[in-house]
Ligand binder design. Sequence first.
Ligand code: ADP
Ligand code: 5GP
Length: 199
Amino acid sequence: MKADRGNNKQGKIFVISGPSGSGKTTLLARLIKDRKAGKLLKKSRSVTTRPKRSGEKEGKDYSFVNSQEFKCLLKEKKILEWTRYLGYYYGTPREPLEKQLLDGKSIGLCLDLNGARIIKKLYPARVVTIFIIPPSLHALKERIRGRCRGTDQKEVRERIFLARKELKSSGEFDYRILNQSLPEAIKELKNIFWKETAG
Ligand code: ADP
Ligand code: 5GP
C-alpha cells in the first residue's frame, strides 16, 4: 500500500475524548513521554481561536489564531475536522495527521465528542477511541480550576454543564479509562496503545 511507504506497519489514530479537565492532555503527553511509545506516536496540535491560558505555549499546546485566520484555514481545506466549543473554534490540521500516517506512525488527538465522531467516520479502520472519565464532577471542577487559576466561575460552570452531557456518551467509545489515580490511568492507556499497535 502506497500510504505505508514500503513497510507494512499501519499507523493508528488514537482519539482521546472526555470532559474538559478529565486529563486527556496529561495522559497523552505522558504516553508520548514513554521512550518506546514516543518513537511511534505524536500528538496532533490543534488550531484554536480560544485565548491562550497562562502557561500555554504557542505551537506547543495549540496554534492560536484569530477567527479570520481560522476561517481561511477552513476555506483552504487545511482543517480535517473542527468544532465550536464554548464560542471558540478548534480544528485538527490535516497535513501533519496525513503525514504521520503515511510514515506508518500513529497520532494522538484530544477531541470533543463531535471531533471523535467525525474522525471515526473518516478513518473507521484506523481509529481507536478512548474516553477519559473523571472520578467525579467535583474532582473535575477542582481540576479545571487548578489547571488555570484565572478560569472564571462562569467558564467552570459551562465546562461542567457540557461535561454532564459528554459523560452520557462514553458508551460510544472503544475504551474507557477512569482517571482517578494518574499512574493507574497512564498504565491503562499504555496497555491500550501497545495492544492496538502490535502486529
Ligand atoms: P483535559 O486535557 O482533559 O482538559 P488536562 O490534562 O488539562 O485535562 O488536566 C486537567 C488538570 O487536571 C491538569 O491540571 C492536570 O494536571 C490535572 N490532572 C490530570 N489527571 C489527574 C489525576 N489523575 N489526578 C489529579 N489531577 C489530575
Ligand atoms: P480546551 O479549551 O479545554 O483546550 O478544549 C476544549 C475542548 O475542545 C476539549 O474537549 C478538547 O479536547 C477539544 N478540542 C481541542 N482541539 C480540538 C480539535 O481540534 N477538534 C475538536 N473537535 N475538539 C478539540
